[in-house]
Design a protein around this ligand. Structure first.
Ligand code: BGC
Length: 796
């Protein structure tokens, strides 16, 4: 299923102290310089919490209840708590049972997913409470990925706001809407680091960076789970897919991954760890094999790291059928072995494969699986149910949904987030003025392309736009008058006829500006939607070229769940906006942006490739032994110097647009990066790493940023670090802080980052987390590819 089709969203203004506490936790988790405050304010002195956030799952006050339940359970009832089935629209292959009601009455099911009708949820729950011997409530889960009824942008778009505060609010809305129908468990956030745009699920995460990914992971968890999980409007978060799934070879979904322990720890694990420290109640084990051991039967990641190193107390659920898939992976030749390996590795609940139901009893009776392991998994499941308050309040009031959906403040939030998710990729002058925002002289527009009306559902088959929210063309018509908006689809996403293209060209010719809404359908990204080609699908490039050839100024709005390679477009259209899939408020958000009522401030969280052959492409790569240095890569090599470097002979190395890039309607200039110390001591920094001591500021970094344009604007200021001379090679740049600043035209502001010792910590050649002596380069910059550098040293 396409991502945007799986939607479901909050809010209420929280007192400022609460936000500060939240940020204190985020800081402790990622230990760096993001303030979340305006530049006038400095990052407050955050208090590092002594322990991970407690949302109730690990509350020892519940232990007696858990133990007494456990003592009264038969083996079958214990196994029942570890079994989950889909009882609605399937989101994966297989299972096909129909006797859920009987099984629930017998205590053989602990959780259901994909049930989305309140009466049915209550009906299943009533069977569990009234008919099963121990009256243990069911847990109802669903993929609530970017809102429930009020849809927010897809997670890749949400991350492009670089605004964890907004993302947390969106997750809060999602929880209040979904819990109102009885869903108390969301299979979100997806925190997989994704470096390859071929992988369709890049749409579901926060991109390629572990620092930003950790901030987003924390925001989702806090939003879904609220302050206390047992409030009725919360959902337990499920951090997925643990782990390494984003590195599937060749970007092909479900494929294998090979990730060294070093790379795993430096890049792939941090967002999971951050989410768990933020109190995430559950974790989902992934489909992929990781270094030849499937992630759903991997004791190293599931037990050694997750339980022993990180102290995770919640439950692990397998991904859909991933226990059954251990046979296809080849580490089990029968179902019994698959079930045994998964359970012993640390997977508590079986989603959809039915192997725990079919095999576990026999495995326990034969001694192949110790009952102690089953008991421990049951404890974890019961703790989550108790923490959610399901024993006290198992049912949901059927009228609650009407009071929870589409609240005006939720829709307002969806619009704000959509606007902030847009990334302005290009905005060249037309008649000496940047094309965007559209000038008052634009009286007529042509809206062309298959994605204008409802980008979340271009075929109009499932989720009709929310009544009362205008589509993008209708918003244009409201502003310019219906007779001044010329509409032409120009064909479909995958196919267009010559006539359709000709009709689009005809309307473009009559308009002052042509707006092209091109890209992918939502079903072309998300799960099971890997692409080997990353260009505009179908005849869309042809349509674009035909319209550009009319000579009319073209605004290209790209809808997609991933960056799309379109070098011709980026060269020939004056203005291009990456809109992702913006959700319920797509129409108003786009119109407000085009007319300048809202100013784009989003920045890319993925490196945007020029060509699919560059993938996997990510900014925080290691240097090779033969970096290209000053060699010009825009033409093929001509001599030894330009040939024997790490390069392509037919493409540049650099992305079309780098990680962190995004324009606004004004321009900013950055002064030099200044630091308050030229030497730090590894010994002092090590003594003050998170987990070892109270957070301290190790280094203050400053730069002055000026708004050099004629409009007010917001800039997302980034801080990067490079370490050289360490025992393991470190990325050419690594994000360690970001701040949003609002500047009036002509205004200059000093932006300050205070870096904690962890900003300089690495995983060394013995896989220890330490600060080593190093040469350090620091940049405060508008993106990952530019900026002036400052240098210091870390002495032993
Ligand atoms: C996906 C998960 C999802 C699950 C339940 C699986 O196919 O990989 O991300 O949460 O289905 O829908």
């Amino acid at each position: 299923m396409g991502l945007a089709g799986r939607g479901t969203a909050i809010v209420g203004v929280r007192p400022k102290w609460w936000r500060r506490q939240a940020w204190a936790l985020l800081f402790a988790v990622v230990c760096l310089g993001y303030s979340g405050l305006s530049a006038q304010e400095h990052a407050p002195d955050f208090e590092k919490p002594k322990t991970a956030r407690e949302t109730g799952v690990a509350d020892p006050k519940r232990d007696a209840r858990v133990e007494s339940l456990l003592r009264s359970m038969t083996l079958d009832e214990k196994i029942g708590q570890l079994v989950q089935y889909s009882a609605g629209q399937p989101t994966g292959p297989g299972t096909g049972r129909s006797d859920y009601k009987e099984m629930i009455a017998r205590g053989q099911i602990g959780a259901l997913l994909n049930v989305i009708e309140t009466p049915l949820i209550n009906e299943y729950q009533r069977i569990a409470i009234e008919k099963s011997r121990l009256h243990i409530p069911l847990l109802f889960g669903l993929d609530v990925l970017h809102g429930f009824r009020t849809e927010f942008p897809i997670p890749l778009g949400m991350a492009s706001t670089w605004d964890p505060d907004l993302v947390e609010k969106a997750a809060r809305v999602a929880a209040s809407e979904a819990s109102a129908i009885g869903i108390r468990w969301t299979f979100s956030p997806m925190v997989d680091i994704a470096r390859d745009a071929r992988w369709g699920r890049i749409a579901e995460g926060a991109g390629e960076d572990p620092f930003l990914g950790s901030a987003m992971a924390v925001a989702y968890v806090r939003g879904y789970q609220g302050a206390r999980l047992n409030a009725p409007d919360t959902m337990a978060a499920c951090v997925k897919h643990y782990v390494g799934y984003g590195a599937v070879e060749a970007g092909r979904d479900y494929n294998s991954t090979e990730i060294s322990e070093h790379t795993l720890r430096e890049f792939y694990l941090p967002p999971f760890h951050a989410a768990i420290d933020a109190g995430a109640a559950t974790v989902m084990s992934a489909f992929n094999s990781l270094n030849s051991v499937p992630a759903s039967a991997n004791p190293f990641t599931l037990t050694e790291i997750l339980r022993k190193e990180w102290g995770f107390k919640g439950m692990v659920v397998s991904d859909w059928s991933s226990i059954g898939e251990l046979v296809a992976h080849g580490i089990a030749v029968d179902d019994a072995t698959a079930a045994r390996k998964a359970l012993l590795a640390g997977v508590d609940m079986d989603m959809a494969s039915s192997l725990y139901h079919d095999q576990l009893a026999q495995l326990v009776q034969s001694g192949a699986v110790p009952i102690a392991n089953v008991d421990e998994s049951v404890r974890r499941v019961l703790r989550v149910k108790l923490a959610l308050g399901l024993f006290e309040h198992p049912y949901v009031e059927e009228r609650r949904a009407q009071r929870a959906f589409f609240l005006p403040e939720s829709l307002q939030l969806a619009e704000t987030i959509a606007e902030r998710s847009f990334v302005l990729l290009k905005n060249a002058p037309v008649m000496r003025k940047p094309l965007l925002p559209l000038s008052k002289d634009v009286k007529t527009v042509a809206v062309i392309g298959p994605l204008a009306d409802n980008p979340s559902d271009p075929e109009g088959t499932s989720s009709a736009p929310k009544a009362g929210v205008l589509s993008f063309p209708d918003e244009l018509a409201r502003r310019l008058g219906e007779s001044n908006v010329f509409r032409a689809r120009g064909g479909g996403i995958l196919k267009a006829s010559d006539e359709e293209i000709a009709a689009a060209v005809a309307v473009a010719k009559h308009a002052d500006v042509a707006i092209l809404t091109l890209g992918e359908s939502p079903a072309m990204s998300g799960e099971a939607a890997s692409r080997a080609h990353l260009g505009l699908p179908g005849q869309q490039e042809e349509l674009l070229e035909a319209v550009v050839n009319t000579g009319k100024p073209v605004v290209l709005i790209l809808f997609s769940g991933r960056p799309l390679t379109a070098p011709w477009a980026f060269e020939h259209v004056p203005a291009a906006l990456a809109a992702w899939f913006p959700g319920t408020e797509a129409g108003p958000a786009l119109a407000r942006t085009l007319f300048g009522e809202s100013k784009p401030s989003g920045k890319l969280v993925v490196s945007w490739p020029r060509s699919v052959g560059q993938e996997p492409l990510y900014y925080n790569a290691l240097s090779t032994g033969r970096p290209h240095g000053n060699v010009d890569l825009t033409s093929p090599p001509t001599d030894v110097e330009s040939k024997y470097v790490s390069r392509y002979i037919d493409e540049q190395n650099s992305p079309q647009f780098p990680f962190g890039y995004g324009l606004s309607y004004t321009s900013f200039s950055y002064g030099s990066t200044n630091i308050d110390k030229s030497r730090l001591s590894a010994k002092d920094l090590n003594a003050n790493l998170s987990g070892r001591a109270e957070a301290i500021d190790a280094l203050t970094v400053e730069a002055s940023i000026s708004n050099t344009g004629s409009r007010a604007g917001e800039e997302l200021v980034q801080l990067y670090v490079r370490l050289q001379g360490t025992s393991t090679a470190q990325p050419v740049r690594a994000l360690k802080g970001f701040q949003r600043v609002a500047l009036a035209s002509g205004q200059t502001m000093q932006v300050t980052f205070r870096l904690a010792p962890d900003a300089f910590a690495i995983w060394n050649d013995r896989n220890q987390y330490v600060v080593e002596p190093a040469k350090v380069t620091v940049w405060i910059s508008p993106d990952s590819a530019t900026g002036s550098a400052a240098q210091l040293e870390i002495s032993p």
